[in-house]
Design a protein around this ligand. Structure first.
Ligand SMILES: CC(C)(COP(=O)(O)OP(=O)(O)OC[C@H]1O[C@@H](n2cnc3c(N)ncnc32)[C@H](O)[C@@H]1OP(=O)(O)O)[C@@H](O)C(=O)NCCC(=O)NCCS
Length: 183
């Protein structure tokens, strides 16, 4: 997985020693409340260890789970702020686990201490550009209709709003689409 750089950020592979940040991030209701059909927070550090086990072994030249770290000198430099993911999105359906839809999604989970600074949009734009440079033709993002901050990130990185869809995750979501070459 490629390490990416933006003006204020480094986007790098996850490491097992990021466990404290991952547990802090996903144990917060503010972060988890719009993620998944039945959101729940992490309650035990072992859940963060298990998640990181999966993330560090995910290996793909274009898709990935990036750890996002601040690089600007001064307060906050070297601090983890969140994650951007590019991965296969599951289709709605009766199967458990859900079958892949054939589409690829981009997503973002950031720590509340870092919200409102444009960091998610900055990181997501870089990952989307990387995805298209790596050959993806179409990337979707789905959000809970009430998740206005996430919808705004979709808009800020140039994704088109295509209304609501029930096609993924057995949930009604707002659908945003980006097509390579059209941005
Ligand atoms: C969605 C999320 C990643 C945004 O992170 P962020 O770093 O604050 O994002 P940015 O600063 O790049 O942009 C956020 C935009 O949303 C806007 N916004 C934030 N809260 C908002 C709200 N309640 N209503 C409307 N707009 C809102 C901000 O003003 C900003 O837009 P602007 O720059 O045009 O003013 C962050 O809120 C998060 O991690 N949430 C929890 C996880 C989550 O829900 N992920 C998405 C799952 S689909």
């Amino acid at each position: 997985m490629a390490t990416l750089h933006t003006e204020r950020l480094e986007l790098r592979p996850w490491r097992r020693d990021d466990v404290d940040f991952v547990f802090d991030l996903y144990s917060r209701w503010d972060v988890k409340r719009y993620i998944g059909r039945e959101p729940r927070v992490m309650e035990d550090r072992s859940e963060a260890v298990a998640l990181l086990d999966r993330l560090v072994s995910f290996d793909d030249p274009v898709q990935g789970y990036w750890a996002v770290e601040r690089t600007v000198a001064g307060a906050g430099a070297g601090q983890l702020v969140g994650t951007i993911l590019v991965k296969s999105i599951p289709a709605s359906g009766p199967a458990e686990p859900l079958e892949p839809s054939g589409d690829i999604e981009i997503g973002w989970h950031f720590h509340p201490d870092s919200w409102g600074m444009g960091l998610a949009s900055e990181a997501a734009a870089a990952v989307l550009a990387h995805a298209f440079a790596g050959g993806l033709e179409r990337v979707v993002a789905v959000t809970n209709p009430l998740n206005l901050a996430s919808r705004r990130v979709c808009e800020r990185i140039g994704m088109s709003h295509e209304g609501q869809t029930d096609a993924y995750y057995n949930a009604t979501c707002e659908l945003y689409v980006a097509v390579g070459g059209s941005r």
